[in-house]
Design a protein around this ligand. Sequence first.
Ligand code: EPZ
Length: 474
Amino acid sequence: MATASPLLPLTFLPSKISASTSTPQRTSLPSIDHKLVISGGRPISGHVPISGSKNSALAVLAGTLCCSSGPVALRGVPNLLDTRTMADVLRSIGARVEAEDRDVLVVDTSDVGVTEPCSEKIGRIRAGFFVLGPLVARFGKAEVAMPGGCRIGLRPVDLYIKGLEALGAVAEDEKVCVYGANGKGLVGGSFHLDYPSVGATETFVMAASMADGVSVLTNAAMEPEVADLTKFLIACGACIEGAGTSTLVITGRKKLYGAEFTILPDRIEAGTFMAAAAITRSCISLSPVIPPHVARMTEKLTEAGCKITQIGPSALEVSAVPEVTGGDLQAFNIKTLPYPGFATDLQAQCMALLTTCVGSSIIEESVFENRMHHVEELKKLGADIKVVGNTAFIGGTKPGRIALTGGRVRAADLRGGAALVLAGMAASGITEVENIAQIDRGYERFEEKLLLLGADVKRETEAAVSNLHPVLLA
Ligand code: EPZ
């Protein structure tokens, strides 16, 4: 898990914090808009510590509902808007969620008795919906509002429901109300996923872990976060075979117990910092990272001309300095796919990078149908991008020419927001990225880590606009 970093400890507080101190506090629901002001065109260097995985932590937090006896102690839960919201979802049904110390979060769901979590909280994050499976399996009934999260597609939940129905559940109408078989728990069953959905796989695995009998899930998602959740459930006494593969065999247990567990490192945060090194033509190191989890990103950056070196069991060095690349990076093409294909959560960051590469490139987004909100914003910085359906054609740049110029842009979602910050770091002049609450949802201490690497980035509140550089006010 993340090596001790020089960054100040952040405690995992419940989500209502006032924003009174002089420097902008990281509130749970920023009532004041924050933006990042970036002075670009400069290299970065040094080492960046990678936090625990957001998407694994969210699933494991939902998974604590499977543990009806004894607390769970989690290490490496990143302190993010989304994980704090998930903690509130659990508290809304009676769970105890407390930070024991700087890095241990204790979750005790033994007293949970309510099966209708706070819909306002569920409405803020996709993963809030992951509690449906464990609640139905444990209490024979659950009523969960439709989830929120990044607006990157329709994001239906039909596969979640079909999976639970395969375990004997009965579902009713829009506000998803699911009853267990004969109003009791669930029974073992087989289910084939039409699409290897991460959330639907995680929901099925949690529910089947407490169902009566054996369940088989085929075409399951194989993302490392899914395997991490499976590992967590096994640590709590579940019986699951095939973790990390597309076929999972789960023998239900009447009871699962509390356990200690460490969340795996965030491969998407790691990939984002790898892109930061490439787009600023720099050399940095990062850890902890599990190299196979960023294999596709490593391949693409190597294709562009970067040098990626494993410098330790869980440490990588990424170099895109002119001595390594000969000055320019070359274009490459991407098609996003379920794991182990190229991660859709790194698509936007690579698009920003490709606007600075020599030659044209193509990005096909095949996982989500509406995940190109960052395109119009990148074009405001001078990028040459055309979108047809789910495919983006990126014009790139000429040898030795900086493609981007600073400007004012807005984050529409989490990964798109990170991509705009990277673009601002490569652009000449000043870039202002608004609505960074989107970034706070999924990156722990993002700008502090960038500052650690020597980037010129600072967080400002909306009110500070007036004293910005005249270029921006033009
Ligand atoms: C998880 O979302 C991640 N979120 C996403 O990360 C990630 O992009 C995605 O997996 C793919 O890797 C969390 O883990 C909290 P899916 P999830 O179900 O589970 C369709 C980030 O930036 N589908 O695998 O919602 C769906 O519409 C976030 O950190 C159905 O049709 O993804 C989509 O097109 C963004 N019916 C596709 O499957 C269903 O019932 C993939 O979705 C479920 C999904």
